[in-house]
Design a protein around this ligand. Structure first.
Ligand code: SF4
Length: 187
């Protein structure tokens, strides 16, 4: 199974609890006003990678991590690819998986393949980005309408408190990748 990705980042400290390896998936039609990552919208952008190869990169021993984060774009707009990725990660005994989505939770429950993804996710932060509702600076969500759902007992709500607000990581190609809530709020 192949999945279309926008970016991979290792060693992030702002995309969930602890040190996390992150993949941003490509493609989103939700068009939240003030979206902070429009380059991820084009469903034909980014690049295709097999979910096996993506797991290898995310779980590379070169980049040990406390968990994997899947963001976007809208991860659930590639439901079969996302399900394959999540099952593959679970089969490799991956540390806790956090997924960000612009859908509200009931929209994920209502569609069978999206729903099938949920048992393989440890924590889900979902709801559309709403620039008119910035969250408090000590919250893990970028806007106050978004919700954290703990779908297993491998992460706790307290794990999400006190996360750094933003970071800049220079990748091995010398490219600066900026992420985090501070970046989201500045757009
Ligand atoms: S779901 Fe995310 S990527 Fe899609 S429009 Fe909303 S903020 Fe942007």
């Amino acid at each position: 199974m192949y999945i279309r990705i926008h970016e991979i980042l290792s060693g992030s400290r702002v995309n969930g609890p602890g040190v996390r390896n992150v993949v941003w998936l490509q493609g989103c039609t939700l068009n939240c006003p003030g979206c902070f990552n429009r380059l991820t919208h084009d469903p034909n952008g980014g690049r295709l990678i097999s979910t096996d190869d993506l797991c290898e990169v995310l779980l590379s021993p070169e980049f040990p991590c406390d968990g994997i984060t899947v963001s976007g774009g809208e991860p659930f707009q590639q439901p079969e690819g996302l399900l394959s990725l999540l099952k593959n990660l679970r089969a490799r005994n991956t540390p806790p998986v956090l997924v960000f989505s612009g859908y509200i939770y009931t929209q994920l429950l209502d569609e069978p393949v999206r729903n099938a993804c949920l048992p393989f996710i440890d924590a889900l932060i979902c709801g559309p980005y709403d620039r008119t509702s910035p969250s408090a600076y000590d919250r893990f969500c970028s806007t106050s309408n978004q919700e954290l759902y703990l779908l297993s007992d491998r992460l706790k709500k307290e794990d999400f408190s006190g996360l750094p607000l933003s970071e800049v990581i220079i990748d091995d190609q010398g490219k600066a990748i900026v992420s985090g809530l501070m970046q989201l709020r500045s757009k």
